[in-house]
Design a protein around this ligand. Structure first.
Ligand SMILES: *Cc1c(COP(=O)(O)O)cnc(C)c1O
Length: 215
């Protein structure tokens, strides 16, 4: 079952080490590939902030619960195709994976159409990995500028550091970027490294396996 107590304790410990108040850091429970039973269990323990990486699966998991839990906060943490923008704007409260001008155009149009305005973060390909989504470091400045000119309000950055490498230097770099662009939110850190992410300024940690067990 969902192991919330020990995760919350670890988050609190990491906050103490970092000299940060514990309310600075929000746990996003990553419910992708989890059973309805485990999701129900997570809701029963009081969790309200969840992350999904596919729009279709998120609809299956959350369409019903959405109606029963008005305080639910759903984050899209996986890549977004423009043909899914309509459903994404309708369902999610935070879309963390803005990474290209065409997506910004589609989001602006759809938000205005629905008169619904989620929060948006830009996903940064912090390791400059060719196969990974996210905007490259060299294009971040132009993309943030483009979002601003189109009227899309970006309030944070998100990253997934390269697998199998020490994530700390990437977290440090992300914090520098967030500071330099004065963006209040920083989504980084997963099951294996959220304590380091908190040490380096994460305001959201995205935890799946350590909370729900193996997918
Ligand atoms: C799956 C996923 C997570 C959670 O990963 P765990 O290692 O299971 O905690 C976090 N962020 C993103 C973008 C994911 O796709």
């Amino acid at each position: 079952m969902v192991d919330l107590v020990s995760i919350e304790r670890k988050i609190a410990d990491a906050c103490i080490v970092a000299g940060r108040p514990v309310f600075d850091v929000v746990l996003i429970a990553v419910s992708k590939n989890q059973s309805d039973e485990k999701i129900q269990n997570a809701l029963d323990t009081g969790l309200r902030v969840f992350g999904e990486n596919r729009v279709q699966e998120a609809l299956q998991h959350w369409k019903e619960h959405r109606l029963n839990f008005p305080d639910l906060e759903l984050h899209l943490i996986g890549p977004l195709q423009t043909n899914k923008v309509k459903e994404a704007v309708r369902l999610f409260d935070v879309i963390e994976t803005v990474d290209r001008p065409a997506l910004i155009d589609a989001l602006v149009q759809e938000c205005n159409k629905q008169n619904k305005f989620p929060k948006f973060f830009v996903q940064v390909n912090i390791g400059n990995e060719p196969q990974k989504s996210g905007v490259g470091l060299e294009d971040l400045d132009a993309l943030l500028d483009y979002a601003q000119r189109q009227g899309l309000d970006i309030s944070g950055l998100m990253c997934i550091p390269p697998v199998g490498q020490d994530p700390e230097p990437y977290f440090v770099k992300m914090k520098q970027l967030a500071l330099s662009y004065q963006l209040p939110h920083l989504s980084m850190g997963m099951s294996a490294d959220f304590d380091y992410a908190i040490l380096h300024g994460a305001t959201y940690v995205r935890i799946g396996t350590a909370l729900f067990g193996e997918r």
